[in-house]
Design a protein around this ligand. Structure first.
Ligand code: AP5
Ligand code: MG
Length: 190
């Protein structure tokens, strides 16, 4: 069972590459951002709370995020057993520690963390373009700035966390999606 984390700043290509990994390796994709946007569009209670953070580019609180993740894992036992791609989770050190405990409890192990590394100017351009094309609500210039700041202060320390554990694999995410996926494929086939 292959469980991996696709990691990186907003707009680095986590969702794009996760879809390719799903198609090729048949893993189950869990994007915490997508789960939260689903709650927002269904106007659930959780969605209302999530929206108040996402619209400002802030992270939703760790305990709430963990509840959402645990519920998602409970809901799809057969798919989870095939292996999971975690996209957008963990995003803080406490989330990474909680994931470790959750794995231990469920007899899951972490294969590796694929870190998609892209220069910040490129990230901002990609997200602005997507905002214009799809109207994703948090793809506005002001919110993008906040998301980048949150990434630097709360999420990027996870690079060091996983490097220390020998689990971080740096991937140059500034190339074409095909070139990036070719690297990911050879990394996962090792
Ligand atoms: P989330 O949905 O995870 O957003 P994000 O991390 O900001 O990342 P994006 O989805 O914007 O980008 P991506 O890396 O998936 O790139 P994509 O493939 O789409 O989270 C949203 C919010 O939810 C957070 O801000 C937070 O509030 C909350 N949240 C989520 N998880 C949380 C957690 N664990 N804890 C607390 N809060 C949480 O690509 C981006 C664009 O670039 C696309 O248009 C794509 O077509 C294009 N593109 C992709 N690859 C390339 C390429 N190689 N070259 C050129 N363009 C490319
Ligand atoms: Mg995404």
């Amino acid at each position: 069972m292959l469980n991996i984390i696709v990691f990186g700043a907003p707009g680095c290509g986590k969702g794009t590459q996760s879809e390719r990994i799903v198609d090729h390796f048949g893993l189950h994709h869990i994007s915490t951002g997508q789960l939260l946007r689903g709650h927002i569009s269904r106007q659930t209670e959780l969605g209302k709370v999530a929206d108040s953070y996402i619209s400002k580019g802030q992270l939703i609180p760790d305990d709430l995020m963990l509840d959402v993740l645990a519920a998602e894992l409970d809901e799809h036992p057969a798919e989870i057993a095939k292996g999971v791609i975690f996209d957008g989770f963990p995003r803080t050190i406490p989330q990474a520690e909680a994931l470790e405990q959750l794995f231990a409890k469920r007899g899951m192990t972490l294969g590796c963390v694929l870190g998609l590394e892209v220069p910040e100017e490129d990230l901002v351009q990609r997200i602005i373009k997507r905002g214009q094309e799809t109207g994703r609500a948090d793809d506005t210039p002001e919110t993008i700035r906040a998301r980048m700041a949150v990434y630097h202060s709360q999420t990027s320390p996870l690079c060091e966390y996983y490097k220390q554990r020998g689990q971080y694999r740096a991937i140059d995410g500034s190339r074409t999606p095909d070139e990036i996926f070719a690297d990911i494929k050879s990394e996962l086939e090792k």
